[in-house]
Ligand binder design. Structure first.
Ligand SMILES: *Cc1c(COP(=O)(O)O)cnc(C)c1O
Length: 406
């Protein structure tokens, strides 16, 4: 049965855009076991005990195919640690995306380095032409796979190889994603992940760093605050590598603890199933939004396996007033959309020109795109029916404003 139009226009969504699923029961049990023995510090182990953190690192390394893995306190900390492990220091330029979230330029600023912003395309990926043009300006790229969109990684790596640029991947939104069969985080020298509540596994806070480079791994482990207890790591290089770097690597504590690791291990085992569930929801939303006049769906390339934990669409070349009208009309019907074009930073959303500690050059092509990016979280607490309803509401309100010429 199809509902008459009037019914559609009064539909409301009542779910929460910030409510994730509960922590799975097996993860709760593992957490309670850690609480009962009380050894929360990762190096507080009894004989023969590997510890939850070391096991998590071993399992994540195996999952991604990386030689080495380090679990840390947050995704931002993982990125800053990667920069330090690469020797990036005071005043050094680091290329990064203009379209990303504040912890990315923040990680660069935290080591005294200077972000150089590279533009964004209509696919919401880094502008490879702009990257090629700026390649001479830095020896490190902090590549943010913002909102899970992967650029042509083969081309990006070719540009960077030719320019001698080392790549750190920010995989906060791409845990479980891949490009041409290669896992996100495995193209560059280092991959960094976040285990914060809004990402793909949830320990409240937390981060993971992977690499195949023995010296980078050893430095990262020492940096994270291993003292001389690094032999307790299971996804680490041999002692001889630590011998080379242990006297000149500072301890900047940012370890993960056994409680968080205990919560994360069962979630990692379940990641593939969760990815399928996110993508089912994403496809219902995407199908519902297609062919809405004035609205551009972001097409996903065939080489990209993504995780639809959020969805974006473009209202390209709309006036700020019209975009504002869509947002408030959707909000009135319970649909919370974020807008990257808003002049002032709001909640999690901000733009490259709001990070005023970093010098910015104007990026007019990117400004046009940023001004049109609408973003929405897709928590797994949404049912497929919820997603269909949300898409109907967005479609109705975008169409109403578009036709009304607000
Ligand atoms: C969340 C996020 C991070 C940082 O993760 P935290 O664990 O919150 O420090 C980095 N990059 C992007 C794009 C993110 O969304």
């Amino acid at each position: 049965m199809t509902l008459p139009m009037a019914e559609h226009s009064t539909e409301h969504f009542t779910g929460s855009f910030t409510q994730q699923e509960p922590i799975p029961e097996d993860a709760i049990e593992a957490a309670v076991a850690v609480l009962r023995h009380g050894r929360l510090h990762r190096y507080n182990l009894v004989e023969e005990e590997a510890g939850e953190v070391a096991l998590l690192e071993q399992e994540f390394a195996a999952m991604t195919g990386a030689k080495y893995c380090l679990a840390v306190a947050s995704g931002g900390y993982a990125m800053a640690t990667a920069l330090r492990a690469l020797g990036v220091g005071q005043g050094e330029a680091v290329l990064t995306n203009a379209f990303t979230l504040a912890p990315v330029p923040g990680a660069i600023a935290s080591v005294g380095a200077v972000p150089v912003f590279v533009g964004v395309t209509e696919d919401l990926t880094i502008d490879l032409e702009d990257l090629a043009a700026k390649a001479g300006q830095a020896s490190v790229l902090m590549l943010s796979h913002m909102r899970g969109h992967l650029c042509d990684m083969d081309r990006l790596m070719a540009i960077c190889a030719e320019a001698g640029i080392r790549v750190i991947e920010d995989c906060a939104h791409t845990m479980g994603a891949s490009w041409n069969g290669v896992a996100s985080g495995r193209h560059g020298l280092v991959g960094c992940y976040s285990c914060q509540t809004y990402k793909h596994v949830n320990s409240g806070e937390g981060g993971l760093l992977i690499t195949d480079d023995a010296e980078v791994a050893a430095r990262a482990i020492l940096l994270s605050g291993s003292y001389m207890l690094y032999p307790r790591h299971l996804a680490a290089p041999g002692a001889e590598v630590f011998e080379r770097v242990k006297y000149d690597t500072p301890n900047i504590s940012g370890r993960m603890d056994n409680l968080r690791a205990a919560i994360l291990r069962p979630q990692l085992r379940d990641l593939d199933r969760q990815v399928r569930r996110w993508n089912e929801r994403y496809h219902v939303l995407e199908d519902g939004l297609r062919r809405t006049p004035g609205l551009t769906v972001v097409e996903r390339p065939e080489a990209e396996v993504f995780v639809g934990s959020s969805i974006q669409f473009l209202l390209l070349d709309w006036s700020a007033a019209a975009v504002g009208a869509v947002l408030s009309r959707c909000a009135a019907r319970g649909v919370e959309l974020k807008w990257f074009g808003v002049a002032e930073p709001v909640a999690f959303t901000s733009r490259y020109d709001s990070w005023r500690y970093a010098p910015t050059q104007p990026l007019p092509k990117s400004d046009r795109i940023l001004a049109g990016i609408i973003d929405m979280r897709v928590p797994l607490t949404f049912s497929l029916d919820d997603c269909a309803l949300i898409a109907r509401i967005i479609r109705a309100e975008v169409s109403a404003v578009w036709q009304g010429g607000v």
